[in-house]
Design a protein around this ligand. Structure first.
Ligand SMILES: Cc1cc2nc3c(=O)[nH]c(=O)nc-3n(C[C@H](O)[C@H](O)[C@H](O)COP(=O)(O)O)c2cc1C
Length: 360
C-alpha cells in the first residue's frame, strides 16, 4: 500500500528527532491538512474504508467502524477533521483540564523502538477547557459536525487539590457539554500526582455522583481505568459503574509497571504499546466477565494488528482505540485494521458478532 510505504520512508527521519518534537511536527502537518477540504477528501478516499459491515452502535451513537483514536494524541483538537479522513471511526480528544497547564518538564516522552512502546510523563499539558470550547465552536461553525462520534476526555487540573476534584471535572464538563458526543472521566493517568487515588471507592463515588447528577443522562459518560488496579479494585469500579448508570468503560490507560519489558528502562511514567497488550487484554476479559454484556467496553492498550482488534472484539470489547501503534505503523493503520477486520468477518457484520455474544 502506497501510504504505508511513504510512512516507512519518513519514519527514520522522524525517529531521529526527539519524540515530542516529531509528535508536534506531525500534528502541525495534520492540523494544516484538516483545513484543506479538497485535499482532505483525497486523503479520505485513500485512507478510509466505508463498509456497512464495520458499523457499530454503542451508547446511543453510531460508529462507522470500531477503531478510534485514543486520548492524548490530539489533546487540544488541533487536527480534528484529519482523524476521520485517516479512517478512524471515532475520535477522543483531551485529556483536557479546567485550567490550562504546561505539563511536566521536557523531555517527557520516550521511544522504546525494540519493544514498539512509549513511556510518557506528559502530565496533561493542554490549553484548558475554555480554549478547547472556543476551538470546538470554531470547528463547528466552519465545517459543521464531525462525521464520526467525538469523545472528550476529562482530566483533573494539577493545581486543584484532590478534595476539590469533582468541582474541577464539573467545570470542564459544563464548558464542553455542547461539543462532545460522549465524555470520559480519566482517573487513571499516572502523571498527575494523586489522580489515580480517585479510583478508590469513596472518592470515585463522590466524583461519579457529581458528574452523573449534573449530566442527567444528556450525554454518555464513560470511565477510563488503569491497568494496574487489582481485581478487587476492579470489582468496586464495576459496582459503581452500574450503580451510577455509566455508559461504558475504557480499559486501559498506560501502566507504571515494567515487567512486560525485555530490557530495563530507567524513565518513570506511563508505558504504552506492545508490552501493555497482555495486561490490557487480561483486564478486558475480567471486565467482560463481570459485566456480561450490560455495559460496552472500549479496549485500548497495545493494539497493533487486525488480529489484535479481532481478539479484543471476540473477548468482549465493543470498540477499540489506538495510540502507540500509530507512531510505529503510521497513518494507514486504521485502514489496515479495518481491511483486516473485514477479512476476519468473512462477509458477516460486526453487529452480528456483537449480538452473538450478547452485546447488542
Ligand atoms: C504520549 C501519550 C499521552 C497520553 N495522554 C493521555 C491523556 O491525556 N489522557 C488519557 O486518557 N490517556 C492518555 N494516554 C493513554 C492512551 O490514550 C492509551 O490509553 C494508552 O497509550 C494505551 O494505548 P496504546 O498502547 O495504543 O498507546 C496517553 C498515551 C501516550 C502514549
Amino acid at each position: 500500500m502506497l501510504c504505508f510505504s511513504v510512512y516507512e520512508l519518513l519514519k527514520p527521519w522522524l525517529f531521529r528527532q526527539d519524540p515530542e518534537t516529531a509528535h508536534d511536527q506531525v500534528l502541525r502537518a495534520l492540523a494544516w491538512l484538516a483545513r484543506r477540504g479538497p485535499l482532505l477528501e483525497v486523503v479520505q478516499r485513500l485512507f478510509s474504508v466505508q463498509d456497512q459491515r464495520l458499523e457499530v452502535e454503542a451508547f446511543g451513537l453510531r460508529f462507522p467502524n470500531p477503531v478510534g483514536l485514543a486520548a492524548g494524541l490530539d489533546k487540544n483538537a488541533l487536527a480534528l477533521r484529519a482523524w476521520p479522513a485517516l479512517g478512524f471511526g471515532f475520535v477522543e480528544i483531551g485529556s483536557v483540564t479546567a485550567l490550562a497547564q504546561p505539563g511536566n518538564p521536557k523531555p517527557r516522552l520516550f521511544r522504546l523502538p525494540q519493544e514498539e512502546a512509549l513511556v510518557n510523563q506528559m502530565g496533561f499539558n493542554n490549553d484548558g477547557a475554555e480554549a478547547l470550547a472556543r476551538r470546538l465552536e470554531a470547528w463547528q461553525e466552519a465545517y459543521g459536525k464531525l462525521p464520526v462520534p467525538l469523545g472528550i476526555n476529562l482530566g483533573k487540573s494539577k493545581a486543584t487539590p484532590l478534595e476539590e476534584a469533582a468541582q474541577d471535572y464539573l467545570r470542564t464538563l459544563a464548558l464542553l457539554l455542547p461539543y462532545g458526543d460522549y465524555f470520559v472521566v480519566n482517573v487513571s493517568s499516572p502523571n498527575t500526582p494523586g489522580l489515580r487515588e480517585l479510583q478508590e471507592k469513596e472518592r470515585l463515588k463522590e466524583l461519579l455522583g457529581a458528574l452523573t447528577g449534573f449530566l442527567q443522562g444528556r450525554k454518555p459518560l464513560l470511565l477510563k481505568i488503569a491497568p494496574d488496579l487489582t481485581w478487587p479494585q476492579i470489582d468496586e469500579v464495576l459496582e459503581l459503574a452500574e450503580q451510577f448508570g455509566l455508559s461504558g468503560l475504557i480499559a486501559t490507560n498506560t501502566t507504571t509497571r515494567r515487567d512486560g519489558l525485555k530490557a530495563p528502562f530507567p524513565e518513570e511514567g506511563g508505558l504504552s504499546g506492545r508490552p501493555l497488550a497482555g495486561r490490557s487484554l487480561e483486564v478486558l476479559r475480567y471486565l467482560a466477565k463481570g459485566l456480561g454484556g450490560r455495559l460496552p467496553i472500549v479496549s485500548v492498550g497495545g493494539i497493533f494488528t487486525p488480529e489484535d482488534v479481532w481478539e479484543r472484539l471476540e473477548q468482549g470489547a465493543t470498540l477499540v482505540q489506538v495510540y502507540t501503534a500509530l507512531v510505529y505503523r503510521g497513518p494507514s493503520l486504521p485502514k489496515r485494521l479495518c481491511m483486516g477486520l473485514l477479512r476476519s468477518l468473512e462477509g458477516a457484520a460486526i453487529k452480528e458478532l456483537l449480538s452473538r455474544t450478547g452485546r447488542l
